[in-house]
Design a protein around this ligand. Sequence first.
Ligand code: CA
Length: 421
Amino acid sequence: MHKNILPFICGIGLMAVACNNGDSKAAGNGHADSSNNVATGADTTGKPVETGKANTDYKPAFPGQTRIAGVTTKAAWEGKVLTTGLSNPWGIVEMPDGRFLITEKGGTMRIVTKEGKLSEKIKGAPEVNSGGQGGLLGLTLDPGFSKNRMVYWVFSEKNPDGNLTAVAKGKLADDEKSLQNATVIYRATPAHNSTLHYGGRILFDKNGYLMVSTGERSDIETRPLAQSLQAALGKVLRITTDGKPAPGNPFAKDKNARPEIWSYGHRNVQGLAWHPVTGDLWEGEFGPRGGDEINRIEPGKNYGWPTITYGIEYAGPKIGDGIQQKEGMEQPVYYWDPVLSPSGMVFYSGDSMPEWKNNLFIGGLSSTHIARLVIVNNKVTGEERLLAGENERFRDITNGSDGALYAVTDGGKLYRIGKKN
Ligand SMILES: [Ca+2]
């Protein structure tokens, strides 16, 4: 039963998928109301979806920065598993013909149709170091993909000094069995001997430049490099399709800074998304124990890690001076404690679920759900947990041209999430 579409019916046993009809067991989200009326699934309590004990007693910088009121999708929706046959998928993009190109952590890509039919493994990407959190990571298509078939991706690359986050490009062969002329265009140095915190998302901006996210490689000795303008770790970068610093970057004229840097002070950025209306870049990053964040990114700004954070060390001590705010450092729009483990994210831009329009959907790993954030005037006004009963680590999510969202999980599943048919 793993090759075909697996439609789920609300409330039926183990494989049931979240739905809006008030069956909170199926949804597993713990805040659906008790009504059985499909049309009135609205949350009436407004209580935050997070009820667990926080790791710290840190106070938010402004009301609504964490544990915002819970909301529940009113329209009938469903999640369907289209395939379970992917191998550690990490990034997903829709191709112009409506199929999906998906990276697999081990170093291959797959094409999957909306019916869930999988291609053979697409080879030809440079070798990845897939240990730990590394591998073939995020990907994006050239704006002219229909004609030039160019694909851009992020991966973890072995290096004499350890390994690092790298960016490559290649042409998807006409027979779709390989990536041709794959070339590494950028390396986020310095390399470091760790298999953690590679970042790994990549998006085109409206000018045809690439936004790339990195991580600070996790270790105590590399962590401060998130604050260094002379290292590419813990950054959002903006580069050309040849891997050069993009024109107009904020530190282009600063001799003491790398010209590819767009923003800094990040820990491990596994989510990047353009807001469909404002055109702003939004980012999601992992905190330590507590302190996962969503930020609205402005060029040249410092997002604080590891100087300010709403989290603590995994072993319990405070981080640095244990401060959460500092002049010259940006506050997150929203944070979680305990954590979501935010991976890929996207603003819903479809038409079939009007109440989701321009909401931010974030794949949660350790939290095993998709977080839906309602955002008004750059502030979060509501949070919902989707597919919380699935016990899946949601790695990436994207818009489909059919008005549904499509998400991949570490367990190898591709979900279609949208209006209930
Ligand atoms: Ca921050």
